[in-house]
Design a protein around this ligand. Sequence first.
Ligand code: ADP
Ligand code: MG
Length: 321
Amino acid sequence: MIILAVLCLSFFSCSEAKLPPQTEYVFGTVCTVNMFDDGTAELYADVFSTLKNLDDKFSVNKNDSEISRVNQNAGVSKVEISSDVFELLKLSKLIAGKTDCAFNPVLGALIQLWGIGTERQAVPDSAKIERAKKHCNPDSLVLTEDGGAFFAELTDGETQIDLGGIVKGFAADEVVKILSQKNVQKAVVDLGGNIYVFGQKDKDKNRKWRIGIKNPDGETTEPVKIVSVDSGSVVTSGNYERFFISDGIRYHHIIDGRTGFPAESGFSSVSVVYEKSVFCDALSTAYFVGGEKADFVQNLGLKDVQLIFVKNDGTVIEQSY
Ligand code: ADP
Ligand code: MG
């Protein structure tokens, strides 16, 4: 009987149909997951429902998300949040502290004002920029735990959270947890360009994954650089995908909280390679604002991090820590 049961189990697990890479629209972008030989319908469903749940909790474009509820109650009251929202808000505050607010999770007032990527995108009135700039202090976001419950409160009525610069990295790491739990051998997770390559690409030949960094000029299809990774994440923040042009000036979606304007650090993109996607995502945004001389990686005490800066003139600067 026992032998029969084991045989049945292996028969069923082998016969489960494997699907090709699956793509769905989550986080306002195209998300593709490839689990190669382990990609069953059940596993893909598991991964995509996890991603959609995260989007439902974190999105500022959904009125009933946990983040939107905290924003709606700014200056009014604390709001109960789930443990993963608490965890990411806490990490976001920490990263803000270590990056001199180049990465800032409470730039929502400015981000809403610019509305980049929305129908109302336009250069805002300078008085409004000046006003919104005064309400971007991460200290206004107060996180508390009480009897196993988690709470977030914006103590300033005009401060707003926006985790658009970190949530895809967090989500990629959550997918990786599922992949590990389910013994998936290898996978590529692409959340709108936020990449995680998981597992060994090729067991026998021990080849690395190769990930191309896009040429920001938009014309050359040849990547500016190909990075080789064993297993880990590569995330790029660029000024060439979400932007609008007004009076010949390009306004993109990465905001410098000091000026209230799209960051002008002379880069068209910054890529970060590291084993945790959440840091890649936040740091690519932070370095885009702070520039190549910033010491954010050191401040955070991270090791085995690679940075690739592509300047507006096409020059590439690489750094390894
Ligand atoms: P993308 O979302 O295009 O992959 P980023 O990771 O750089 O690129 O995130 C940009 C998003 O992060 C913006 O759309 C906005 O929601 C938010 N954001 C903009 N500027 C900052 C900043 N300085 N710090 C934190 N988040 C930011
Ligand atoms: Mg980012």
